[in-house]
Design a protein around this ligand. Sequence first.
Ligand code: GDD
Length: 334
Amino acid sequence: MKEKSKKKALIFGITGQDGSYLADFLLQKQYDVHGVVRRTSTPPHEQPFNNIAHIRAKITLHNGDLDDETSIRHIMRTVCPDEVYNLAAQSDVHLSFSMPTYTANITGLGVVRILEAIRDTQQEKKKTIRFYQASSSELFGSSPPPQNEKTPFHPRSPYGCAKAFAHYATVNYREAYGIFACCGILFNHESPRRGENFVTRKITKGVARILAGKEKILRLGNLDAKRDWGYAPEYVEAMWLMLQQDKPDDFVIGTGQTHAVKDFLTYAFQHAGIKNWKKYVEIDPANYRPSEVRILVADAKKAQRVLGWKPKKTCANIAKIMLDADCLAIGQGL
Ligand code: GDD
């Protein structure tokens, strides 16, 4: 009997936290995994790609950019995947205030470039390509919590506005052209692979450096902002589950629990054996945003009902995992 051929997945943003966990997950499911990487002035063979270093030999990387329609079309046609995951973006909310047009181009328009490439490749190759778009809880902005699929969007940053455009574009391509496209409206999700510009990782790395005597102070912004923090490796399974359904749809993914930035600080410092974190933290107004999202709390009942997806790790668990990883890395001189 002929062996069933492997499913092919194409991941935009494969070097990031989510892309790398998704690649791990899909390799375990025996997928043929392809990823898109951006050109930088460091040659590809010298780039560390830390998050995917452990699977580098098992995946195929392609040079491309969400800004470059030609490369996206070319990669789409060459790989001709069964599933496409767009986890690439200018994803730093604070930075989006200083780079609003770049953010709109990459985070917003980039998605239309992928959708157009999918449309053309589907037609040319007579194949269905399923698409996952990483929408964000930043879409909800100042809409009161808890937030679910029916909550109106009120983004509070150029990043949130670009994600709103990308979200509506994905829904529109589903309705206009019948593309199997899903948006996962993911609330904040963290892990040791989180970028150091995001507050949880900035905190755990900072605490690890304080413990190691390499730093005395951690400079932060608004400690009262509240987020629904989940564990990233659990969230990539939800992305995959969305693409395995009979019909495409959009889902909110989160824990339903919210914590202030200062709660996360408390968990991290407590795990380090330090009771009074106030001695080690300074407020730097440079970390404040021109407009802030005050509170996010997911109502992910639909994902639980339809996808059978449920979060497992708590915010305190996550702070501990991240701090342990940062302490270990510092011990190894990283
Ligand atoms: N980054 C950062 N740095 N945030 C700080 C700091 C600081 O020094 N001090 C306080 N904060 C507050 C921010 O003002 C914000 O309210 C909260 O910590 C979380 O900030 P981030 O970790 O940067 O994440 P985010 O919530 O803005 O956005 C993240 O989650 C979204 C999902 O809701 C990003 O990953 C987005 O790309 C993602 O879509």
